[in-house]
Design a protein around this ligand. Structure first.
Ligand code: NAD
Length: 251
């Protein structure tokens, strides 16, 4: 089940947190992986070393996915040059700049939209051509429960993550006839550096809203990425999978 031997993957923001866990999980199932990172080369190298010590190929690629078309095209080109192909793209890189609506400034809005929404758009644009040529591919977008239900203090983040769901469904429709699927994962509260700074009261409030009652792990999310990347998920496209302890129950 979920054998990714011979597949190649590119994971944005792959040096830590969910991206790191996804890169390692894809490699654990047999994939070769390009690990994109923005600043922390040492952390990216550590992920690549773990992958190569498990017998798979890994390359690290410095690049800022929020920097627009050329930056994203350069990341994709480097992954293609390094691995020969990219069968799986995971648009994972993301940031938060939380503030109440009435206090949110343009910098906070723009930074989150350009990283969490424009980044995946330009990465998808860049990967679409080689995937169309190959007549196969898997695109996996990291959305969030906040994009499905809203979250006070996260107008920018929730808007970007909801927009990413629209991008996911449209990409799925446009590329389906060429054997390319596009799906989104919408995690709830997961223990990473991103959520470590949340005030205790906010974490407790979110836990109280979560039917399963606890904070999820990066492995819970990585398992969903492995599934969407697999041949077994060939008939699944345009879907949003909540890995969220049940905080959102969509129909
Ligand atoms: P994290 O902050 O630990 O890791 C995010 C990674 O993305 C970091 O390595 C960071 O350097 C990288 N990154 C940020 N901006 C980048 C850019 N412009 N270019 C390249 N890399 C960039 O966060 P995480 O918790 O691992 O989150 C990963 C993804 O999952 C994000 O998209 C986040 O919004 C989403 N998410 C996380 C949670 C959670 O509870 N942790 C919940 C829902 C969704």
């Amino acid at each position: 089940m979920f054998d990714l031997t011979g597949k190649t993957a590119l994971v944005t923001g792959g040096s830590r947190g969910l991206g790191r866990a996804i890169a390692l999980a894809l490699a654990g199932q047999g994939a070769d992986v390009a690990v994109n990172y923005r600043g922390n080369a040492e952390a990216a190298d550590e992920v690549a070393q773990q992958i190569t010590s498990g017998g798979r190929r890994a390359v690290t690629i410095q690049g800022d996915t929020s920097a627009g078309r050329e930056a994203c095209e350069a990341i994709v080109k480097e992954a293609l040059d390094g691995l020969g192909s990219v069968d799986i793209l995971v648009n994972n890189a993301g940031i938060t700049r939380d503030n109440l609506l009435m206090r949110m400034d343009g910098e906070e809005w723009d930074a989150v939209i350009s990283t969490n929404l424009s980044g995946p758009f330009w990465m998808t644009r860049a990967i679409a051509r080689p995937m169309l040529k190959a007549r196969s591919g898997r695109i996996i977008n990291m959305s969030s429960a906040a994009g499905r239900m809203g979250n006070a203090g996260q107008a920018n983040y929730a808007a970007a993550k909801a927009g990413l769901i629209g991008l996911t469904k449209t990409t799925a429709r446009e590329l389906a006839s060429r054997g390319i699927t596009c799906n989104a994962i919408a995690p709830g509260l997961i223990e990473t550096d991103l959520t470590a700074d949340l005030p205790e009261a906010a974490t407790e409030a979110l836990k109280a809203l979560t039917p399963l009652g606890y904070v999820g792990s990066v492995e819970d999310v990585a398992a969903a990425a492995v599934y969407f990347a697999s041949d077994e998920a060939r008939y699944v496209t345009g879907q949003v999978l909540g890995v969220d302890g049940g905080i959102v129950m969509g129909s």
